[in-house]
Design a protein around this ligand. Sequence first.
Ligand code: SF4
Length: 244
Amino acid sequence: MSATAETAGASEAGAVAAAAAALSHARPEAILAYAFEHYRRVALSTAFGPEGCALIHMACAIAPPVAVFTVDTGYLFPESVALQERFAERYPITLSVFESDLSLVEQARIHGPRLYERDPDLCCALRKVEPTARALRGIDAWIAGLRRDQGQSRAGLAVLERYAHDDGTPLVKVNPLASWSRADTFRYLLEHDVPYNPLLDEGYPSIGCQPCTAPVSAEGAERAGRWGGRKQECGIHTFLDRKE
Ligand code: SF4
């Protein structure tokens, strides 16, 4: 790396760290406003869970039209697809739907049927992670709806996190809801009359692909119904190496 590139990298790292510290107790709207003000190519990713729905509502009030991307694995619940369409009609968003390069038929031919049962990590890599990596190309700031209290794997979440694209250009991940609870999220949805997935009221506290999502008892952990407890993350929030 040249001395100039090193200096630019250090200065970018310092700016993100300072902003993350300044915004660590800020309201989600202030964190979103920072992202839209400081980055040119900003995109919000969501699977239309309650957090993503809340963020779309907030972001559209701050900087419409909002670029939103989602991944259709081919295994989504019909309720999730219908919700996407509802948001596209109701909100000023440009919705991009990314899919795996492999159709479900091709995947079954190459890897065998019901890959999600035998190797869910590979299935998620093909159907979720690769399309997400493609969606992020050219993006400066990636807004996501993660919360620290969603589980151990998310406990260390910062409001702003530094990553890099393959070519070394910076990518900042923005987590406006990092300090929110599930109750905070639902309070916001109800107070602002934001649409949400009806399955959330039918015992599904976290909704992913149909074969890997089960209802959870009232006492169960939020993500206990995902992958039958065999894994915690699909990989879209862990495939990039975070930079300090
Ligand atoms: Fe495949 Fe299940 Fe991952 Fe969806 S959640 S991509 S069906 S393993």
